[in-house]
Design a protein around this ligand. Sequence first.
Ligand code: GLN
Length: 479
Amino acid sequence: MTGREIRDGVARRELSATEVCRSCLARVEQLDGTLRAFVTVDVDGALAAAAAIDNRPRTADRLPLAGIPVAIKDNLCTGGLRTTAGSRILERFVPPYDATVVSRLRAAGAVVIGKTNCDEFAMGSSTEHSAYGPSCNPWSHDRAPGGSSGGSAVAVSAGFVPLALGSDTGGSIRQPAAFCGVLGLKPTYGRVSRYGLIAFASSLDQVGPLSRTAFDAALALGVIAGADSSDATCSGRSVPRYEDALGGDVRGLRVGVPRAVLETGVDTEVLDAFEQGLEVLRQRGATVSDTALPHAKYGIPVYYLVATAEASANLARYDGVRYGSRVPAESLAGMYEQTRDAGFGAEVKRRIMLGTYALSAGYYDAYYGRAQQGRTLIRRDFEQAFAHVDVVALPTTPGAAFRLGERLDDPLQMYLADVFTVGAPLAGLPAISIPCGFTAGRLPVGLQLIGRSFDEELLLRTADAFERDTCWWKSEPVL
Ligand code: GLN
């Protein structure tokens, strides 16, 4: 069932939230030994939340997410429930509070089933950098589900939950959504509070929903978006009822395709599915034209400088004193060193070193300063494109899901998985990935639409119209 169907059934008291919750937990129990979407399943907490919904007073009948089971990426703090961010260093970390997005979901009636696997501190594109081992792609178990929000994408794709939260810094909601055949929405920077999101790169990080349908994503975004006094980067702009933007047509929508960007190398099967997706939009009345993003080629180097620089600063807090595990030593410096050596995985260490180097005296102008200039050019590209188109379309990824292990020894190949997704967060723009077909080997392909700042409504409306004309989103992996 979709989230909306569950919510409506529960609201009419035709469906018991407890029964829905039990059936989700049973499916997780049956299948997650293989898929490993979850790092922690909160059976007792979920059943208690579901019971509270079933016993609610009449006045609470209109809760927007009543009884909907949700999965939360494990880099979002959950009060009283372990939050690891995929890292050893937080293996026993139990946050004293809920992230704002989590408390808003709960207040809206959602039932938190558990915490999903992710690359350590959200650094990666496959979940293989999780200290708790990789998750499997439900469409092909020897392939990566994408990352870093891989566990959330698997949980939706495998039918464990209709809705999950992920975080996206350079593609971590959209790329796993594409690899697993579900919808993923990265909101505009500042649309959603980051309070309680374990920071990776603070000028890029955003929280957003993964779901099967545009309606469920709209419901979730409406609940989690909006001002938060605990996050000064969170916008005070009013939050529309996103679901009211759905149902319309895409007649007159101007879609821009940066053809030159596609020449950088896209698998032909992905390109075919992408073209097929554009054709659906065209038949619904959209116009598709060529557009330019002349600086897109700097996306990967700019992103991997900005993100690592910010990560090196954010991760300084894991010192064995304030958070997570500690390795005792003779001296304070020794304690820092041994705690961080034992607590962080190889990819996180690589990024701390790259970021520290990029920020260091003598190299700052050459690397970090240049990257900031590049970021400005990338943002201007989009401003110019949006002067004549309403959305920019790209495949979400240059290829479909790769094999587990295939890119582990080659970080640059891993980073290239993000070539089409880093632009939107660098420019602070919202972007959505929707299922647009399959490869011959039955691996899902995602169509990405990037919108104007705070124009999530248009992205969701387009995704919804697309859904009504296509059936890829209905396909389920055989498990
Ligand atoms: N895959 C990208 C990285 O490794 C993006 C990660 C993310 O969006 N959190 O940094």
